[in-house]
Design a protein around this ligand. Structure first.
Ligand SMILES: CC(C)=CCC/C(C)=C/CC/C(C)=C/CC/C(C)=C/[C@@H]1[C@@H](COP(=O)(O)OP(=O)(O)O)[C@]1(C)CC/C=C(\C)CC/C=C(\C)CCC=C(C)C
Ligand SMILES: Nc1ncnc2c1ncn2[C@@H]1O[C@H](COP(=O)(O)OP(=O)(O)OP(=O)(O)O)[C@@H](O)[C@H]1O
Ligand SMILES: [Mn+2]
Length: 309
């Protein structure tokens, strides 16, 4: 796992602009997919997503990064206090300057941020999920919440963009669809990282599914790829695709300028599932990623969808 650049070194003058620049760099370094999506947005929204990205990434690093062994429930309580301070307009560290500024510009609520921290608490407390309902709660907390945060920035199509015969119809707010995209992304992430997580003694796939397909924990730790594994993976891939399909139906409710970036991020992340299939479900020895050239080929298709669907 990469180490986040030290914010104090990167921004020698802690100004709002240098904080945003730091956030841009971190987003570009950590996620080619989401960074590409943000490049398709207007400047103000793009910067806001970078600020949110970095807060989420820093939260994730507390339990997933190089310092993770020192993180306790207490650390996360402290982190939540810092969050409250940011929402009160008082940055604690220099990257927070960007989020404080973003909070002035967009109607973000604190609850999804708190819930994301609660998701990290789950990672500290457990390394198995018995049922899909339990896993769903985890996915909601670590990723569905990101959908809610993003929605506040992406925005809806303004009233004046609505045709006269729809004027009295209230805009549909695609909350469930935004959460669905977070869930879909997280399930994809889990399927891609099965091997990596097993190396850390973690299993995110619901144990009830392992049982249903007659695939044992021990098989997973040994990286066994047999017919049972392929069927289990196919089942989970279809489940993730169901959430992508739900998310797609919400994109038309977003502001026009946000549709292309969201279609792009959705298609690129969903593309990881196709790569897993192409790799014949070997997530133990090969990392599934969409090659750079292919990433750019998605752009025009995503644009057409953002215009037509
Ligand atoms: C283009 C756009 C709007 C992007 C949003 C980017 C953003 C703010 C991402 C935050 C990512 C983050 C660091 C979250 C912390 C918890 C975590 C690690 C969640 C997983 C992301 C990991 O991505 P990555 O591949 O880098 O993982 P590794 O650490 O390398 O293993 C997640 C898979 C969750 C990502 C969830 C989202 C981006 C939510 C998507 C939903 C929307 C943008 C809402 C769209 C609206 C409608 C109506 C469909
Ligand atoms: N285009 C690529 N070419 C070669 N290796 C890649 C590529 N994309 C990802 N990888 C591999 O995956 C690792 C990073 O994984 P990750 O999936 O986080 O990539 P990413 O480009 O940040 O995309 P994402 O936004 O989907 O997270 C790299 O260190 C590399 O091993
Ligand atoms: Mn990544």
């Amino acid at each position: 796992m990469l180490q986040l650049p030290n914010p104090e070194q990167t921004c020698s003058y802690p100004s709002v602009e240098s904080a945003y620049e730091f956030c841009r760099q971190v987003t570009a370094e950590y996620s080619k997919t989401f960074y590409l999506g943000t490049l398709l947005m207007p400047k103000e929204k793009r910067k806001a997503i970078w600020a949110i990205y970095v807060w989420c990434r820093r939260t994730d690093q507390l339990v997933d990064g190089p310092e993770a062994e020192f993180t306790t429930l207490d650390t996360l309580d402290q982190w939540e206090k810092t969050l409250e301070s940011i929402f009160a307009g008082n940055p604690v560290e220099s990257p927070d300057l960007a989020l404080v500024d973003t909070l002035k510009r967009f109607p973000l609520e604190i609850q999804p941020f708190r819930d994301l921290i609660a998701g990290q608490r789950m990672d500290l407390k457990r390394d198995r999920y018995q049922t899909f309902d339990e896993l769903y709660l985890y996915c909601y907390r670590v990723a569905g919440t990101v959908g809610l945060m993003s929605n506040a920035v992406l925005g809806l199509e303004p009233e004046w963009g609505v045709s006269p015969w729809q004027k009295n119809q209230k805009n549909h707010i695609p909350t469930e669809e935004a959460v669905a995209l977070g869930i879909a992304n997280q399930l994809t992430n889990i399927l891609r990282d099965v091997g990596e997580d097993a190396d850390r003694g973690r299993i995110y796939l619901p144990l009830e599914d392992l049982e249903r397909f007659n695939y044992r924990e021990e098989d997973l730790f040994n990286g066994v790829i047999n017919e049972n594994w392929r069927q289990l993976m196919q089942f989970e891939i279809q489940r993730a695709r169901g959430f992508y399909a739900q998310a797609e139906r919400g994109i038309r409710d977003l502001s026009r300028e946000s549709r292309w970036p969201v279609w792009t991020a959705l298609m690129l992340y969903q593309g990881i599932l196709d790569v897993i299939e192409r790799n014949q479900y070997d997530v133990f020895n090969r990392r599934a990623y969409v090659p750079k050239v292919e990433k750019f080929l998605y752009l025009p298709v995503a644009w057409l969808r953002s215009q037509a669907l």
